[in-house]
Design a binder for this molecule. Sequence first.
Ligand SMILES: [Zn+2]
Length: 350
Amino acid sequence: MTLKTVKTTVLKSSRKLGLLGAVGRSSWRTRRLLILCYHGVSQHDEHLWNQALYLPLDTFRRHMELLVRNDCSVLSLGEAVSRLRRSDLPPRSVVITFDDGPYDFLVRALPVIREFGFPVTVYQTSYYSSFNRPVFDVACSYLLWKGADQRIEGREFTGVQGLLDLSDEANRSAVCFQIRQVAHRTGLSAAGKDELLERLASALKVDLGHLRTNRILHLMKPEELNQVLGEGIDLQLHTHRHRMPGDRTLFAREIIDNRNFLAEVGQPSADHFCYPSGVYEERFLPWLSDLGVQSATTCDPGLATRTTPSLLLPRIVVPSALSDIEFEGWLHGFSHALPRRPIRRHVPVG
Ligand SMILES: [Zn+2]
């Protein structure tokens, strides 16, 4: 019996016995804040490629319905963080966040959000918003998945002679890593990376035009970000290039460039941050404080309490494989007590 099956059985029995609801109504849960982390809602088949990053539209809609059905208090990030500190949270408080700000947020997630009227924060990385091409790292991974049945010579892409084995996820992931390493080592520009994607797609016989036309794996453009701001979406910090350099000056540059970009598209203030790929180091905390950052979210699963450090707030990364009962388990806080595997961190962007 898998861990997931055991958890599902426990959750279903607990609901039947009224335990799930009792935990959800408890003062223990009321003192805690649940922050949900989404990335993308599929336009096409993205959730079949990466279940950690993408959800089908109907799954996302069902999650929003479950928030209503379970009588959750969906708060904006800013309000939730300040009420958490004042021990003033309403019952079953939840914050909805999205990472990266892909185009599918505008055309898939936003219409559903609009319908439910929930406040949402998008942690927006900026470089690929202005340079509006497929985001290299994720597009590379997607192309290798689409062309998995092809046998192509790797030298041009990985620098290693021999046919690429794309037959399983581990091999594709290793090949993707090699390609990214070569691009990094050779100092390939963003335009150079874009050309590389063209060559890779052509070799794998994958239609890159489909990605470009439908803006799959693209970020929202500055004018689109201005539009979502007009609809009440909150845009917050996620670094300019989706990376956190170990050098303090370069680290600050990532935040400042990102913040300036958000100000230019119309975000009044950007003082909340999300660690790219959920990766953080202790030394980043004073750096972020000095930059005026009020809160920062990780991808460490759990619920935040009043004493959780503001710059290390946990979040639940919502993969498409999460069942409805598992999702409800988190809404009520019950899943906090269940054993869990660490959730895979998402592929870096940029
Ligand atoms: Zn991200």
